[in-house]
Write a protein that binds this ligand. Structure first.
Ligand code: SF4
Ligand code: SF4
Length: 384
């Protein structure tokens, strides 16, 4: 039976975070059962974009600092790293800017961890993959002995929820993520891709930053929501089942959970997971706002053949809508759009919805919350 450990954590004060992480990992055997002396450990944080910690888009730096200190206590060598999303070149300059703004530079200095500036990438054969037999990844993943996965609990307009499994998408180098979006347009296929990547990365431990999560229009333009927890597990798939249960999402609403269960990586039934530490009943946050626009439109994907759902998606799926009064004309959405269907005209984005694959990267990467997600009028009326 998979184990998931839950500890309360009321704030991001470093001593509180460290004590809650220590408590949650103790239930799983302690840090030394995951990290051996002299092992290099990649602390895979979520650094989706260059944003300050209080925006709750990225893993809070106190999690990186606390875990780095615990790894050092166990005799290991922590390395903090990620490959941010968007069109940016995956360069040392990009990483420096992201580490600085997201608080990771400070976390590394305080804890003694190294920051990864290795921007090499490598194609690795992965015959075990269900959908990906060859994975392009950032080289640090192959140069460490262990990976500790440190996601943030958030909603996501494409995948409904962003947690343990989704966080490993960050090992795909920078703008290559867009290529994967293009190749795996179907939500179910994309979920299988995320699972392949997670299986390839094989994190030994996942410690989720669920102190303050993001609800509503995540993963970048939602609203901060206090959950007050640290959630840990050696099984990232089971952790996602427990975390979504805490925020009131049903397992069948989350494509990565559906597909993980179908592949025998976890159970969809929370009763089949051993919960350690705090009980689920005491920590549930039932008013956590879900990305309802997306949730309502997944049902037919499993019922109809792919060519039908693809055509249907174009007609009834939610679509990106640009708020021209808020848009700053920065062009990030156009540069980040995987199929390149956004054109900047007179300094403002114009999208060709017939060619849009509804990946919502434009929504995810707009720094000004200028991309809304809308449902077609007749669907809105139907759902009234
Ligand atoms: S919608 Fe956002 S990302 Fe696109 S140009 Fe406007 S401000 Fe920039
Ligand atoms: S317009 Fe937005 S949602 Fe459509 S394909 Fe481009 S990035 Fe994805």
């Amino acid at each position: 039976m998979s184990k998931v450990s839950i500890a309360k954590c009321e704030s991001y004060e470093i001593e509180k975070v460290k004590s809650a992480i220590r408590e949650s990992i103790e239930h799983l055997g302690g840090v030394s059962s995951f990290v051996k002396p002299r092992e290099k450990v990649l602390l895979k944080v979520n650094l989706l974009m260059r944003r300050k910690p209080e925006k709750v888009t990225t893993t809070h730096p106190s999690f990186a600092q606390a875990l780095a200190e615990l790894v050092i206590e166990a005799g290991g060598k922590p390395i903090i790293g990620d490959s941010p999303g968007g069109y940016h070149f995956y360069t040392k300059g990009t990483l420096e800017a992201v580490y600085e703004t997201c608080g990771m530079k400070d976390a590394a200095e305080k804890s003694g961890a190294e920051l990864s500036y290795n921007t090499d990438m490598i194609d690795v054969s992965y015959p075990e993959g269900k959908i990906m037999k060859n994975i392009k990844t950032i080289r640090p993943v192959l140069e460490v002995d262990k990976i500790i996965n440190i996601p943030k609990i958030k909603t996501h307009m494409m995948t409904v929820y962003s947690g343990a499994v989704k966080n490993l998408f960050g090992i795909i180098p920078g703008s290559f993520k867009a290529e994967y979006h293009l190749r795996f347009e179907d939500t179910g296929d994309f979920a299988d891709l995320l699972i392949d990547i997670c299986m390839f990365a094989k994190p030994v431990l996942t410690v989720m930053d669920a102190v303050i999560g993001m609800e509503g229009y995540g993963p970048t333009n939602g609203t901060p929501k206090k959950v007050g927890l640290v959630i840990s597990s050696a099984n990232p798939y089971a952790l996602d089942v427990a975390a979504t249960n805490i925020i009131g999402l049903k397992p069948e609403q989350v494509p990565t959970i559906q597909r993980s269960a179908a592949r025998g990586l976890c159970t969809i039934n929370i009763k089949d997971i051993e919960i350690l530490g705090e009980s689920l009943e005491k920590v549930r946050v039932m008013d956590f706002k879900k990305p309802t626009v997306k949730v309502a439109f997944n049902f037919y994907n499993i019922l109809l053949p792919k060519f039908v759902t693809k055509a249907l998606n174009r007609i009834i799926k939610p679509y990106p809508c640009f708020k021209m009064d808020v848009c700053k004309g920065c062009g990030v959405c156009a540069k980040s759009c995987p199929p390149k269907v956004i054109e900047m005209k007179n300094g403002k984005p114009v999208v060709d919805l017939n060619k849009c694959i509804r990946c919502f990267c434009c929504h995810e990467l707009c720094n000004y919350d200028a991309v809304d997600i809308k449902r077609p009028l007749f669907i809105r009326m139907l759902l009234r």
